[in-house]
Ligand binder design. Structure first.
Ligand code: ADP
Ligand code: F6P
Ligand code: MG
Length: 293
């Protein structure tokens, strides 16, 4: 078979380990096409010539070695037509898409055009429909919580309150999980939260705690505005930290690698059984495949 693989949307630790485990099982008896930079590489027929040793060497790295992108052109019919031409030119029998919820929508467009697709959920946001887990999430939470714990040491020395902004443009998963991991005093994670309720929560604990922790999900409210409001109302010394891209980068955790390998193994199994147009998902703790439609 000719098997295409691409990564699309936000990257996450563990994607390289997943790619390695897929490649290792398939490359001897199939021709593998690694498309550079996701749907962009598909549109431009940009195929990488990595060999197995290269992929093995980078299997534990953060990021994704075949590169990813946000590719607005793929959301247009023209872009999709170019991608279809290149899939036909390379006689691709099945295309493996590694990505988040946006990438899944793109993959479904290809299913409609009778392309065989396998989808593997990869996004630190952990927001792919029906899957309890997406590659990158555990590492992102671990990175974010480790950062907060470290910064909080110095906050304690000064009796300072700190607001930490976690990633998740449309999705609170990291902020909530990290909030639990660091025992946050207020989690500002959805539109149901408010400056007033945050201030009330801090008012209640400010005499009892050296360094209260507020977790803020990105894209909800300006972090500097929240700081000023807390300072004005509670007479606290407040600092802010946008945790940022360190959440997405870095080496995968042990749990991440375990999950990445299981996603890979299930995907390979289904390809060998010619069970195509499947999303590999975690359901009730098991790695299963679910029809893409
Ligand atoms: P993620 O996959 O991590 O959620 P994005 O939402 O940025 O990341 O989506 C990644 C890419 O998937 C987009 O840049 C685009 O190429 C493709 N995509 C997203 N939505 C669609 C759509 N409705 N139709 C076709 N392609 C899409
Ligand atoms: O990959 C998901 C994510 O990290 C979101 O949590 C965040 O809002 C977004 O990507 C940032 O994307 P970019 O790096 O393309 O600005
Ligand atoms: Mg997404």
């Amino acid at each position: 078979m000719n098997i295409g693989i691409l990564a699309s949307g936000g990257d996450g630790a563990g994607m390289n380990y997943c790619l390695y485990n897929i490649y290792k099982k398939l490359y001897k008896h199939n021709k593998i096409f690694l498309f550079n930079r996701g749907y962009f590489g598909l549109i431009n027929n940009d195929v990488l010539d990595f060999n197995f040793n290269y992929i093995k060497k980078h299997k534990n790295d953060g990021g994704i070695m075949i590169k990813t992108s946000r590719c607005p052109e793929f959301e247009t019919l023209e872009g999709q037509e170019k991608a279809l031409e290149n899939l036909a030119k390379n006689k691709i029998d099945v295309l493996i898409v590694m990505g988040g919820n946006g990438s899944l929508k793109g993959a479904k467009e290809l299913v409609k055009e009778n392309i065989n697709i396998m989808f593997i959920p990869c996004t630190i946001d952990n927001d792919v429909l029906n899957s309890e887990y997406c590659i990158g999430f555990d590492t992102a939470c671990y990175n974010c919580a480790s950062f907060i714990n470290q910064v909080n040491d110095t906050m304690k020395s000064f009796n300072r309150t700190c607001i930490y902004e976690a990633m998740g443009r449309k999705c609170p998963a990291i902020a909530i999980t990290v909030g639990n991991m660091v025992d946050a005093d207020y989690m500002y994670v959805s539109n149901n939260c408010s400056v007033e309720s945050c201030i009330e929560a801090l008012r209640k604990i400010k005499e009892k705690k050296d360094a209260p922790i507020v977790i803020l999900r990105e894209n909800l409210i300006d972090i500097k505005y929240l700081k000023k409001e807390i300072e004005n109302k509670l007479n606290l010394d407040v600092r802010t930290c946008i945790v940022g891209y360190l959440q997405r980068g870095g080496k995968p955790t042990k749990l991440e690698k375990n999950y990445a390998k299981k996603f890979a193994e299930k995907c390979v199994k289904e390809i060998k059984n010619k069970k195509f147009n499947q999303s590999i998902i975690v359901k009730n703790g098991f790695f299963v495949s679910e029809k893409l439609n």
